[in-house]
Design a protein around this ligand. Structure first.
Ligand code: FAD
Length: 309
């Protein structure tokens, strides 16, 4: 069995692997797609000490750094079930989609999250060419330009407030007849001169040539179609944690985030978690790496307290 089995090979999983392997532990990483969301990212400008890099390059560097250590990387492996140890100090088990079973004394869950997509024509085509999901990451790229934010929940309204400070104009588009964000955020938004709010609007397509040039939406009251010209679209209709497979084995919040404490421990002793799949506030690469390191050190602390076997 592994001392530490990490499920998920994004920045959180890579950091956990390096920290635990450097303790001389027997470490495995099972990942559906080693690199995670970083593989889908173009420019990265907030990876501290590296002013600019690109996702695929950074993901390859994560993999190379993990491989410098003695880590068993099992790529293209999807975990389907977690069976926690029946007694404290026993072996936990992870069942893979291919039927394989992996056993370990500690587990670190770092399966990340995915942005909910609108599912309209043009969205995929113009991803990273004007269609964006992360205002902290891509907001500054739209300095002085016109953008739309899709979604009037807390994350959409926060994004609109954030972007209004950088871009020329923000159009907030909400499907419902009213925004769902907290009242204080809505008041702040309403006070900003360069924001327009459109409710009861269904986005129907992303328009572009080489990059985004606009979007079309349908007014749900009148049924009329409208086209708006703009350069950027921030989709803020939800970040979904990849934790569906864990709901019977550990405590998740109603939104599906893995509940962790300050040390990264879950509701099950010996099972830790890190990164976008968890309750950690703010979902970012450097934050996931820090959390992965925390979970790795906590797994080590847990292991040195187990009785010899
Ligand atoms: P992820 O990167 O999501 O990795 C999850 C890992 O788990 C993957 O290997 C995945 O294949 C695997 N996995 C999932 N389910 C299973 C399963 N059942 N079994 C096995 N493996 C599984 N952040 C920044 O800091 N700066 C940026 O500029 C930036 N730009 C971004 C741009 C885009 C388009 C996107 C989508 C995100 C961006 N982010 C950015 C956010 C950043 O990518 C994430 O916060 C970070 O990757 C989270 O790391 P993670 O390790 O928690 O999860």
């Amino acid at each position: 069995p592994f001392d530490v089995l990490i499920v998920g090979g994004g920045p959180a999983g890579a950091a956990s692997a390096i920290y635990t392997a450097r303790k001389g532990l027997r470490v495995g990483v099972a990942a559906e797609r080693f690199g995670g969301q970083v593989l889908d990212t173009m420019g990265i400008e907030n990876f501290i000490s590296v002013p600019y890099t690109e996702g695929p390059k950074l993901a390859a560097q994560f993999e190379a750094h993990v491989k410098d250590n003695d880590v068993d990387i099992m790529n293209l492996q999807r975990a389907e079930k977690l069976i926690p140890a029946s007694q404290e100090g026993g072996l936990h088990e992870v069942v893979l989609a291919n039927g394989g079973r992996l056993k370990a004394r500690t587990i670190i869950l770092s399966t990340g999250a995915r942005w909910r997509q609108m599912g309209v024509p043009g969205e995929d085509e113009y991803r990273n060419k004007g269609v964006a999901y992360c205002p902290h990451c891509d907001g500054p790229l739209f300095k002085g330009k016109r953008v739309a934010v899709i979604g009037g929940g807390n994350s959409g309204v926060e994004a609109a407030i954030d972007l209004a400070g950088m871009v020329a104009h923000v159009m907030l588009i909400e499907y419902d007849s009213q925004l769902r964000a907290d009242a204080v955020l809505q008041r702040k938004l309403a006070s900003l001169p360069n924001v327009k709010i459109i409710t009861s609007a269904l986005t129907t397509r992303v328009n572009g040539d080489e990059k985004v040039t606009g979007l079309s939406y349908k007014d749900r009251n009148s049924g009329e179609e409208h086209d708006i010209e703009l350069e950027g679209i921030f989709v803020q209709i939800g970040l979904v944690p990849n934790t569906e497979w864990l709901k019977d084995s550990i405590a998740l919040t109603p939104r599906g985030e893995i509940e962790i404490d300050a040390r990264g421990e879950t509701s099950q002793p010996g099972i830790f978690a890190a990164g976008d799949a968890t309750t950690v506030p703010y979902k970012q690469i450097v934050i996931a790496m820090g959390a992965g390191s925390t979970a790795g050190l906590s797994a080590f602390d847990y292991l040195i307290r187990l009785p010899e076997r």
